[in-house]
Design a protein around this ligand. Structure first.
Ligand SMILES: NC(=O)c1ccc[n+]([C@@H]2O[C@H](COP(=O)([O-])OP(=O)(O)OC[C@H]3O[C@@H](n4cnc5c(N)ncnc54)[C@H](OP(=O)(O)O)[C@@H]3O)[C@@H](O)[C@H]2O)c1
Length: 287
């Protein structure tokens, strides 16, 4: 089975990116990541979201290489940590990243966090695009005025912005802020990190019953129709299969409007910028 109905978003550089894939946050390096990515690729997934800080890029690269699928048919997104930011320093970090992934190019490279010398890093990322090592560049977790600082001064405008986004935190204002740069929104925690309360919302059960889908599938379908790029994480074969089975039904405008009312403007991840900056060392990748 392949994702025949997979949808794509056109980035501001003209490249088409699969709108749906799988994330591997908190999946350990080794068999767990290799097996989950291999299973996803076997089922038809063509987009994997990893990061240096997840410490599983080698396993993602192994699963991609062993899949037998041509490299140019698989979209790989990864992210640089602030400890790798800086003019010259980031260029070297990108080369190491390519080695860990076992590939000659990264499809989408993001700055993972809005701290440190992110402007120096961005300049190196632009050079990496020019050199053909990276196809598209973007940001993650830039929601302060640093977002505009990069967008306004960048030679290459961010193609994507990856942030927390789900029915309880729908990010409509942020989408308006980046629309002028042609930046697409990527949702992390698309299923609320598996939050039982979100999955148990009566509206999702009701819509699921109507379309013969699970609440998770209704939520993922909502993201697709919102124009969000998603990569739900799963290491369960059943969930990996279910999560991609969202391209054969469509929520009505009225149903989308009902889901819009669930927006509480409340995040799951509530650390302040100061707290995040203090914790950067604890989250930093080791090699
Ligand atoms: N840029 C950032 O700072 C950032 C931060 C967080 C996440 N991300 C990215 O976003 C991806 C997704 O976020 P996430 O993994 O934290 O959260 P998520 O995808 O919202 O939720 C994952 C959780 O939901 C469960 N789940 C998956 N499919 C399900 C289904 N069909 N029914 C019920 N439960 C299901 C998973 O358990 P099972 O494994 O048992 O299925 C897991 O516990 C990450 O993997 C990562 O790539 C980026």
């Amino acid at each position: 089975m392949s994702l025949e109905n997979q949808t794509y978003v056109k980035l501001n550089n003209g490249i088409e990116m699969p709108q749906f894939g799988m994330g591997v946050y908190m999946v350990p390096e080794g068999p767990e990541t290799v097996n989950a990515v291999a299973e996803a690729l076997r089922l038809g997934y063509r987009h994997i979201d990893t990061a240096h800080a997840y410490q599983n890029e080698r396993s993602v690269g192994k699963a991609v290489a062993e899949s037998g699928i041509p490299r140019d048919e698989i979209w790989i997104t990864t992210k640089l940590w602030p400890s790798e930011y800086g003019r010259g320093k980031t260029a070297a970090a990108i080369d190491k990243m390519l080695e860990r992934l076992g590939t000659d190019h990264i499809d989408l490279l993001l700055l993972h966090q809005q701290f440190g010398d992110y402007m120096g890093a961005w300049a190196d990322m632009e050079d990496a695009v020019d050199a053909g090592k990276v196809r598209a560049i973007g940001l993650s977790n830039f929601e302060s005025k640093r977002l505009e600082e990069v967008c306004e001064t960048a030679r290459i405008k961010p193609a994507a912005l990856q942030v927390e986004c789900h029915p309880y935190y729908q990010q409509h204002a942020l989408k308006e802020r980046v629309a002028q740069y042609g930046t697409v929104l990527e949702s992390w925690y698309p299923l609320g990190h598996g939050d039982a309360a979100l999955l148990a919302e009566p509206l999702f059960a009701e819509l699921g019953a109507k379309y013969g889908k699970t609440p998770a599938q209704v939520i993922l379908r909502w993201h697709i129709q919102e124009g969000n790029v998603i990569f739900p994480k799963s290491t369960s074969s059943a969930h990996i299969a279910d999560n991609m089975d969202i391209f054969d039904f469509e929520l009505t405008d009225a149903e989308m409007a009902q889901i819009a009312l669930l927006d509480k403007g409340v995040r799951y991840f509530n650390m302040t910028l100061d707290e995040q900056e203090k914790n950067l060392g604890a989250w930093a990748p080791e090699d």
